[in-house]
Design a protein around this ligand. Structure first.
Ligand code: F3S
Length: 425
């Protein structure tokens, strides 16, 4: 049984109001299921509030009732005054401004508007992105957090050296209300050490290559902690690590990893493993790279209906790059080009003139969401081209689409010509 501190007891006894009481009831069960001995404080939660599976089944529009039912698992209407912990929010079910372009219904829009108003009233930050670290949520090394979103979790753990487990909508909300997270999993030193070694024998210098490496490492390591040992000297940038994370969390369940000499807890190979024995040694070379590429490319028809890029949401650097590729070009008439980013970065793109260039070319700069989560693809889409291994992994299963995976440049070429001409070089 989890041991409770005085303030946690008080919350459970209802001395801090009904919201914290219900939140603590949930957290005690959660901590016991995890085998946690106690809670620790957190002031950094990435919430998942703006999306519901099967949203068409949700008829409630009252924000308090919605949160009570879906996030606090009770039919009793609990009114939250103000969420305690600093927080950001994962995506919403739709682009909150361009929802009609996604073909979202009026009713889904109403639901999102109710959630939005609830967030504003209760102190929930409307970041609505899968990349909170790109819009100001950057915890420090060792900071205890509670993040949702599979691609963001390894960023928090491995890239920033902060500490989080993969939280769900139903755990993150009670954690944010109370500022308490069970001390378990990646909050503990011993679980952060590597146990799989991935020797990388080839150069990985592009975002596409880091997606491929991440996909391979995730598939082979599953929930383990892989240690990436590069054979060449290079420092991956944020876009590369973001791609590695998203791919590794899709093909497997990577939540923590190390890149020797790069990530904060792996100055050396020895430090990355600590006292752990290496359970498996893998080699990533040309053969593994090609096999991974072929797994991700499942389309047969070279005619492309949709080019969907920005999964996870594009960084400012990627927006600058894609704008250069599109400047003065025209997207093919029968092709939809969607570029996804956080709305905060779109504001910068607007100011920099990037959005105008994208719109003039016939594309759309979209925010707050992505088509996979609510399966909102342009009608008639059969084949999608993407530069994201995560999107390539899920689109066939979720939407039954044929997928071409390649570089950003190849995706933009597909948008302009309507044909997939990518290849593994
Ligand atoms: Fe983000 Fe959607 Fe991809 S949530 S990581 S753009 S699947």
């Amino acid at each position: 049984m989890v041991k409770l501190a005085k303030d946690e007891h008080e919350m459970l006894e209802g001395k801090h109001g009904p919201a914290k009481e219900r939140a603590m009831e949930i957290l005690v069960q959660y901590a016991d299921a995890l085998g946690a001995e106690r809670f620790i404080d957190t002031n950094n939660v990435h919430l998942f509030v703006g999306f519901h599976p099967y949203p068409e089944m949700v008829t409630v529009r009252d924000g308090d009732e919605l949160a009570s039912k879906f996030l606090l698992d009770t039919d009793e209407k609990i009114v939250v005054d103000y969420v305690k912990a600093f927080n950001t929010t994962h995506i919403f079910a739709m682009d909150l401004e361009r929802w009609q372009l996604m073909g979202a219904s009026e009713s889904l829009h109403e639901l999102m508007e109710s959630i939005k108003s609830y967030c504003i009233r209760t102190g929930i930050s409307l970041t609505s992105t899968c990349t909170p670290y790109q819009v100001g949520n950057i915890p420090t090394k060792g900071e205890h957090c509670a993040w949702t979103e599979s691609s963001a979790v390894p960023f928090c753990n491995a890239v920033l050296g902060a500490r989080t487990n993969t939280e769900a909508a139903h755990s993150a909300f009670p954690i944010a209300l109370t500022g308490k997270v069970p001390l378990s999993g990646f909050h503990l030193d011993e679980n952060r050490l590597g146990d799989h070694l991935v020797n990388v024998e080839i150069d990985v210098n592009s975002v596409m290559d880091w997606y491929l490496l991440g996909y391979y490492a995730g598939e082979r390591s599953q929930l383990a902690v892989p240690v990436i040992n590069l054979s060449h000297e290079m420092v991956p940038n944020i876009s590369m690590l973001k791609g590695f994370n998203a791919a590794g969390a899709s093909s497997g369940g990577i939540m923590m990893y190390h890149v020797v000499g790069v990530t904060p807890e792996a100055p050396t190979l020895e430090a990355a493993f600590g006292h752990n024995k290496i359970k498996e040694t893998l080699t990533y070379g040309q053969k593994e790279r090609r096999q991974t590429y072929e797994t991700l490319n499942c389309a047969e028809d070279h005619n492309v209906d949709l080019v969907n890029i920005g999964c996870p949401h594009y960084s400012l650097e990627q927006l600058r790059e894609v704008t250069r590729l599109l400047d003065g070009k025209k997207v093919q008439e029968n092709v939809t080009l969607w570029i996804w980013t956080a709305h905060q970065l779109k504001a910068i793109a607007d100011r920099n003139g990037y959005t105008d260039i994208i719109l003039k070319a016939g594309g759309q700069l979209m925010t707050d969401s992505c088509p996979l989560n609510t399966n909102l693809f342009p009608s008639g889409t059969k084949v999608v081209a993407t530069d994201s291994a995560k999107h390539a992994h899920y689109a066939p299963a979720i939407a039954g689409l044929g997928v071409w995976f390649g570089s950003m440049k190849e995706c933009i070429d597909a948008a302009i010509t309507g044909k997939w001409r990518g290849e593994l070089k």
